[in-house]
Design a protein around this ligand. Structure first.
Ligand code: ADP
Ligand code: MG
Length: 338
């Protein structure tokens, strides 16, 4: 994505100038609170936004711009080159069709097989995602939530796409099933050399699954870098607050004082001036109320959009010392742990 912008009818600027790159065989996590523009980003990728939404910039899929494709080409690209696993499998599956037929449908539509071949392929795909092929004859309501999410993943894989976008694929599942689904997705990506963009509000899940992590706030990427490092040592105060919101195994202090971030992300039709995060930022400077911050290099391959990051010195000049010593948001309020 290059300088991707999405403005909904009514003026909500839901995505504002997003630059992201995803290589085949790698996994990019996109995190952020509800309302930060993650799903809008996913929908824009396959031109699934509602009529009236204005989209700018470029979305290059193996070099071909999705935004300028003719509709016939868009239909050919959907499922076959890029597919989406939506949040909430119950709402995405058709309740009156057997799941096997729903998996076979894109295979048939894309002329990949005959009716009998598509049915066989549906059975194979179900086995690939850990369900017996015989479950193809089940209706969605006859499956558990985790099984339905597996069906959605089988559908996404049906035509061997190059890119899979998974929008909160495990948010509605319990933690045990969530772990199974994540392992499955990870293994499929590794085996088939597809690019995976995984969206979640759960930074811990993304850090455990993805190679790189992008944190979104108010329609922009505020930090992007190697997943484990962004999770452990975020440079942007918002990314820090997100990562501090999850208790850490082995760190008892986080259990006693889970840190949150007061307030909500701004309404995209009424964004605050300056850095959009400044009203919630515990370490904002006076200048943050007027100066917007672009993404700057914090370390090699790691960017953040904060006044405290990589301001002077040549790009890649090494770690930005001024980040160190900046308190984690909310840390002042932590009681002493005996
Ligand atoms: P996320 O997936 O991060 O929760 P969304 O992309 O769903 O965020 O939403 C981003 C912003 O765009 C929100 O403020 C939301 O209210 C707004 N939005 C989403 N869909 C529409 C729509 N169809 N029309 C107008 N505004 C929308
Ligand atoms: Mg969403």
């Amino acid at each position: 994505m290059r300088n991707l912008t999405v403005t909904y009818a009514g003026g909500a600027a839901a995505v504002r100038g997003v630059d992201l790159r995803l290589d085949a065989g790698s996994k990019l996590g996109v995190a952020g609170e509800s309302g930060c523009g993650k799903s809008t980003l996913a929908l824009a990728l396959l031109r699934l936004l509602p009529a009236g939404a204005r989209v700018g910039g470029e979305i290059l899929l193996d070099g071909e711009d999705v935004l300028t494709m003719k509709w016939g080409r868009v239909r050919a690209v959907r499922w076959a080159r890029a597919s989406i696993v939506f949040q909430g499998a119950m709402h995405s599956l058709n309740p009156v069709h057997r799941v096997g037929d729903q998996i076979a449908e894109p295979v048939l539509l894309h002329g990949r097989a005959t009716a009998a071949g598509a049915r066989k392929r549906a059975g194979e795909l179900l086995e690939q995602v850990g369900l017996p092929a015989a479950r193809a004859s089940a209706y969605p309501h006859e499956l558990s939530g985790g099984q339905r999410q597996r069906v959605m993943i089988a559908m996404a894989l049906a035509c061997d796409p190059r890119l899979i976008v998974a929008d909160e694929p495990t948010t509605a599942l319990d933690v045990m099933i969530q772990a199974q689904i994540l392992r499955l997705v990870e293994q499929l990506v590794a085996d088939q050399d597809v690019g995976l963009m995984m969206i979640s509000h759960d930074l811990a899940v993304l850090a455990g699954t993805c190679d790189r992590l992008a944190v979104m706030y108010a329609g922009r990427i505020v930090e992007e870098g190697p997943a484990a490092q962004v999770y452990e040592d975020a440079r942007h105060p918002y990314a820090r607050a997100l990562s501090d919101a999850f208790p850490r195994i082995g760190d008892p202090s986080s259990r006693f004082a889970p840190r949150g971030l007061p307030g909500d992300p701004p309404d995209p039709s009424a964004l605050p001036g300056g850095c959009t995060f400044h009203p919630r930022c515990p370490v904002a400077l006076d200048s943050c109320t007027v100066e917007d911050q672009p993404l700057r290099q914090a370390r090699a391959g790691w960017r953040a959009a904060c006044v405290r990051v990589g301001r002077d010195g040549p790009e890649g000049a090494g770690p930005d010392r001024r980040c160190e010593g900046v308190p984690h948001p909310g840390s002042e309020a932590r009681p002493d742990i005996p």
